[in-house]
Design a protein around this ligand. Structure first.
Ligand SMILES: Cc1cc2nc3c(=O)[nH]c(=O)nc-3n(C[C@H](O)[C@H](O)[C@H](O)COP(=O)(O)OP(=O)(O)OC[C@H]3O[C@@H](n4cnc5c(N)ncnc54)[C@H](O)[C@@H]3O)c2cc1C
Length: 417
């Protein structure tokens, strides 16, 4: 693996060849960092850790702290799945990321991963599901297809009266403790010599196409050779002109139902994760907090990640109760024990934005996780570190994640065009 000395030497070489001295190649004056990463969520947290592990001097900054309750990475749990319809890149990324999470779990020495079946309930093979089945065949990812009768035998706690079949992911799916794992990532980052600060950061001074400092809300400035903005749902607030028409930030709610006493049918590992292509929504078996279900929202409600109240919406609570009673008859009268309101930061085509800032050669943008970015954290960390350190990456992936490749969109709640 490239260490800091050889990286600086190589970068200087590359820079000399390119006739410019990239930021990190310049020995950082005094207390300057090689890299400052703004945002300690699933994207920024992993980017900072991987860069630190590669020997760089890294500062991780978050205005509210890692996995803070406003952040999209702060949910108790998130799902890891390889089922992505026709989007093969995310199927293979998810399969790789799952392997990385398993290694990290061993390193962290605590249980954060809960492997389970993931069932997609359907009545017809949509083009997206047909494409997914082919991708699973091509990537040799194991799966099963069970009809209604077989589903009733395998998962008797669920009602399949309106379901013809299910596509079942076997070894490529898991539930991950999201909030907990992001706190561990930040702890391990600091244990490995990374610096962490709670502060709101904005772009600071610049010389030509080189941003030299970040300005912090306490009036101080920090210098860094390179800067990564991994601000998730705050990216459009940070760069309104650049990101304002590229990402949409809207609410997403889910709730936890209390399982019956002494009854483990609705809990991991007996209860699989599921995605309902018929009624809508998805959920996981209980891991500590209850049976989780997120009803389909039937439309987007814009959300300001700083100021929005995280209180559940009545009509979605009703949709959730009706659904649980339908899909889990023995849970019809179960109490809702907890509710969560989070925000999704999605691009028009649901692809990530990982690219340099158009005005600065040493500034990186890493966001656009949408409703699916958490699982990819470890791989996003490696990928961005490779890009930032000038290591070869897949040009097709680079192109896919380019900011300019994202279609413009009309953000939810924004005034009519
Ligand atoms: C309800 C819901 C369910 C989801 N389910 C899944 C799932 O099952 N599987 C999956 O893989 N993904 C899922 N996702 C998506 C996933 O959670 C996100 O894609 C991912 O967490 C995004 O991480 P992030 O680091 O980009 O953003 P965040 O986690 O929001 O992190 C951004 C951080 O930047 C900080 N920040 C912002 N601006 C500044 C600033 N100026 N200065 C300092 N700090 C700043 C914030 O405090 C925040 O901590 C879900 C998302 C939601 C909302």
């Amino acid at each position: 693996m490239m260490d800091r000395r050889s990286f600086l030497k190589d970068s200087a070489g590359m820079a000399a060849a390119a006739g410019a001295v990239p930021a990190v190649a310049r020995a950082q004056p005094g207390g300057a960092y090689d890299v400052a990463v703004v945002g300690a969520g699933a994207f920024g947290g992993w980017i900072a850790l991987v860069l630190r592990e590669r020997g760089l001097k890294v500062l991780s900054i978050d205005e509210y702290g890692p996995a803070n309750p406003r952040a999209s990475s702060a949910g108790e749990t998130r799902s890891i799945r390889s089922g992505y319809g026709a989007q093969a890149i995310y199927s293979s990324w998810a399969a790789t990321a799952l392997k990385m999470w398993k290694l990290r779990q061993a390193e962290f020495g605590r249980t954060i991963l809960y492997p389970n079946d993931r069932i997609e309930l359907a009545n017809a093979w949509s083009p997206s599901m047909l494409a997914q089945r082919k991708i699973f065949d091509d990537l040799k990812i194991p799966y099963e297809v069970l009809d209604q009768a077989a589903l009733r035998v395998r998962y008797p706690q669920m009602n399949f009266d309106d379901v013809s079949f299910a596509f079942i992911e076997k070894s490529s799916a898991a539930v991950i403790k999201a909030r907990e794992s992001m706190i561990v990532v930040s702890e391990v980052f600091q244990k490995k010599g990374g610096a962490f600060r709670i502060a709101r950061a904005v772009p600071g001074a610049a010389t030509g196409r080189h941003m030299t400092t970040l300005k912090l809300n306490d009036g101080t400035e920090v210098a860094a050779g390179q800067v990564v903005f991994a601000c998730g749902p705050w990216s459009a607030k940070m760069f309104p002109k650049l990101m304002g028409r590229k990402v949409d930030v809207y609410r997403s709610e889910y709730y936890y139902w209390g399982v019956p006493a002494g009854d483990d049918r609705f809990s991991w590992p007996k209860q699989p994760a599921w995605h309902d292509h018929i009624v809508g929504g998805y959920g996981f078996g209980s891991i500590e907090r209850g049976l989780k279900y997120s009803p389909a929202a039937l439309g987007r409600v814009a959300q300001d990640p700083d100021t929005a109240e995280r209180l559940a919406t009545d009509y979605l609570l009703k949709r959730g109760r009706d659904y649980i009673g339908h899909r889990f008859p023995d849970m019809r009268d179960a109490p809702i024990l907890e509710t969560r309101v989070c925000q999704i930061e999605a691009t028009a085509d649901d692809h990530f934005v990982i690219d340099t800032h158009p005005d600065y050669d040493n500034v990186w943008l890493a966001s656009g996780g949408g409703g699916h970015g958490f699982k990819h954290g470890p791989l996003v960390g490696e990928y961005v570190a490779d890009r930032l350190m000038g290591k070869a990456t897949d040009p097709e992936t680079d192109k896919l994640f380019r900011l300019a490749s994202r279609p413009d969109l009309q953000p939810t709640g924004a005034g009519a065009a």
